[in-house]
Design a protein around this ligand. Structure first.
Ligand code: ZN
Length: 141
């Protein structure tokens, strides 16, 4: 296990605009605001979801698009550094009109209907993502 101890910093509350790309817009905000480490959560609704599922055996992502209006039941994520830049890692659970549930790693192409985002910035040395041979992922070093 690896632990990083940080202190609470400013909290940013955002309302994304209809039509925004969830992943790109939050990434743009944290980059423009100089946020290097944070926790993120969000709720609302999207017009479509573009998700990824990590195949642990093949060590690669499988892409999945749910092309219908969905509630964002909960989104949770964090910001840390990858290759010297802020990197958003975001997962979300969604529900459809009939209550079906979907979820996964949020990718480019998830389009906002209405979304409230809570970014809790942290003060201290940001974790840095490094390649991990065991999982094939970039994980906190
Ligand atoms: Zn993920």
């Amino acid at each position: 296990m690896i632990a990083h101890v940080l202190r609470p910093g400013p909290v940013h509350l955002l309302r994304l605009a209809t039509g925004d790309d969830v992943y790109q817009e939050i990434t743009r905000y944290v980059t423009d605001s100089g946020i290097r480490v944070a926790t993120v959560n969000a709720l609302g609704a999207v017009r479509r979801a573009s998700l990824r599922y990590y195949d642990q055996s093949a060590k690669r992502y499988e892409d999945l698009v749910i092309d219908e209006p969905l509630e964002v039941v909960a989104a949770v994520g964090n910001v840390s550094l990858l290759d010297g830049a802020p990197f958003l890692h975001l997962h979300a659970a969604f529900s459809a009109e009939d209550g079906r549930g979907f979820g996964g790693h949020v990718n480019d192409g998830t389009i906002v209907f209405a979304l409230e985002v809570h970014i809790a910035q942290l003060d201290g040395e940001p974790p840095v993502r490094l390649p991990d041979d065991c999982t094939g992922l970039t994980l906190w070093g």
